[in-house]
Design a binder for this molecule. Sequence first.
Ligand code: MG
Length: 253
Amino acid sequence: MISVKTAHELEQMRVACRISALALKAAGEAIEAGITTADIDKIVYDTIIRHGAKPNFKGLYGFPGSACISVNDQVIHGIPSKKVVIRPGDIVSVDTGAVIGGFHGDNAATFACGKVDSEAQRLMDVTRESLYKGIAAAVVGSRVGDISAAVQAWVEQNGFSVVRSFVGHGVGKKLHEEPEVPNFGTAGRGPRLVGGMTLAIEPMVNQKGYGVKTLSDEWTVVTADGGLSAHFEHTIAITANGPEILTVAKEEA
Ligand code: MG
């Protein structure tokens, strides 16, 4: 079952999503040479707690951190560590989520540490753009496959590849709900989109091949060929007025 949120539930989703976005913003602003991924995780944790929410990744399936922090060839699910020091030229994918009032938010972005090489910059740009192509396709009456196809087309036109093994998802009272939202697929296929659905759209894009493997820590997913990877994600709502991005880092009025 794909859950459809009431107007009141969407209001609660906006709260959780805003806090998730503030945590991601704080992480991005903290990235500099010499910081460890454990330091970034602490900033994410503190931001979420300060706003009265809880980090929904912590303890989920046993994950030890508040954020997943994945550097360079790491795709997703990097475990924050004091041993991982960010260096100039690194690209750092941070995924954060918060739960408050029984509703979840989820978002991610890849940040550059200082100046990165032009191919890394292009990978980040294309991945971010592909997320917005997917969001633009998330309209009432369309299907999940329209989102998937829009993301995939933009990525592949630009010579990169979309990860197959991990996908976006519905989000709401649980962090991971139906439906799956793949970043590859066929327009016109999959579940029909109706107003009140809330989805986490999250392209994971590799510089070279789309293959990935999981490291022996049983969490960190890396590219199989050692190429770079980037990840951008928003939680959105399907509405009669078009897609609404819920993970917006607005400060309180
Ligand atoms: Mg997600």
